[in-house]
Design a protein around this ligand. Structure first.
Ligand SMILES: NC(=O)c1ccc[n+]([C@@H]2O[C@H](COP(=O)([O-])OP(=O)(O)OC[C@H]3O[C@@H](n4cnc5c(N)ncnc54)[C@H](OP(=O)(O)O)[C@@H]3O)[C@@H](O)[C@H]2O)c1
Length: 261
């Protein structure tokens, strides 16, 4: 359980990433740098552990990524695990009505930011024979909804990136994680009916039913598995593969909800 690993959580200030950060600080001796746009107030008191450093910035910006690298080297002296939880749904819209600006933004956040974060930290991660953990989504190939072109296609690119990066790099392990449908800001607007007429009625109803039946998972389920992976508490034999979080952490298996996106 004790781990002195040095971990950067990109997007670690909110959502699943926030819970990853909390777990690492509350259940491990890991040092953590959080890099994200916004940071939940719950992380404030954890600064007193002396093991948390926060860099507020945009992962799509070259300058902000350089700032995150500087902070990692200064605060932790290096890095053992890079965890990437950034991701946005992007504009939920069918192709005909889609904004080109928003399309590029979605790819910048979901695909280019993770690629460039890996590029930034690869030299350090090779030195420590470290791990990269990236949250993708099963919309990458098996699941589709009307209006989700940006999200589905960008996650497909991200999953493919995970596979090819692991193939390229012999000194670094790369693990892709699929969350279940998780109660963060992501599904809230769908349930509120904001995309009726873009998604089909059946699709919107499916999300509402999951919500009504309490089947949308709390972020801790996936986050705890990701934190254990980051701290190397779970033995992993795969590399360059995306799997559900509970396939990495059998302790979560009985807890998972049935909403699989
Ligand atoms: N929730 C689900 O049901 C679900 C299902 C499958 C897969 N996933 C994937 O799991 C990951 C985490 O999702 P989540 O539900 O935790 O979403 P979330 O609550 O919206 O969190 C996403 C995180 O990414 C950060 N972020 C977004 N754009 C950023 C940028 N340009 N620079 C830096 N940070 C940025 C967010 O910070 P700000 O909010 O401050 O921008 C936030 O910390 C995503 O990759 C998502 O695609 C989620």
């Amino acid at each position: 359980m004790a781990s002195g690993r040095r971990i950067l959580v990109v997007g670690g200030g909110l959502g699943i990433g926030q819970k990853v950060t909390q777990y690492l600080l509350q259940h491990h001796t890991a040092k953590v740098v959080v890099f994200g746009l916004h940071v939940a107030p719950e992380l404030g008191p954890l600064a007193s552990t002396g093991r948390l450093h926060i860099v507020q910035g945009d992962a799509t910006s070259d300058a902000a990524r350089a700032q995150a690298r500087e902070a990692v080297l200064e605060f932790m002296g290096g890095i053992d695990t890079l965890v990437i939880t950034v991701g946005v749904m992007g504009e939920i819209q069918r192709l005909g009505g889609m904004s080109s600006v928003k399309l590029l933004q979605t790819y910048s956040i979901n695909v280019f930011a993770p690629m460039l974060m890996c590029q930034t930290f690869l030299p350090e991660l090779r030195k420590t024979r470290g791990d990269i953990i990236i949250l993708s989504s099963t919309v990458d190939k098996n699941v589709k909804y009307a209006g989700w072109i940006q999200y589905c296609s960008s996650k497909a690119a991200l999953t493919r990136f995970i596979q090819v990066l692991a193939h390229e790099e012999s000194d670094v392990k790369v693990h892709g994680v699929y969350p279940g449908l998780t109660k963060t800001t992501m599904p809230a607007e769908i349930i509120a009916g904001k995309f009726t007429g873009i998604m089909t009625d059946d699709e919107v109803q499916k999300f509402r039913n999951w919500d009504k039946l309490g089947e949308i998972e709390p972020p801790e389920w996936c986050a705890n598995a990701v934190a254990k992976l980051a701290a190397r508490d779970i033995p992993v034999w795969t590399n360059g593969v995306c799997r559900y979080y509970y396939e990495y952490d059998p302790d979560c298996r009985n807890l998972r909800g049935s909403a699989q996106l």
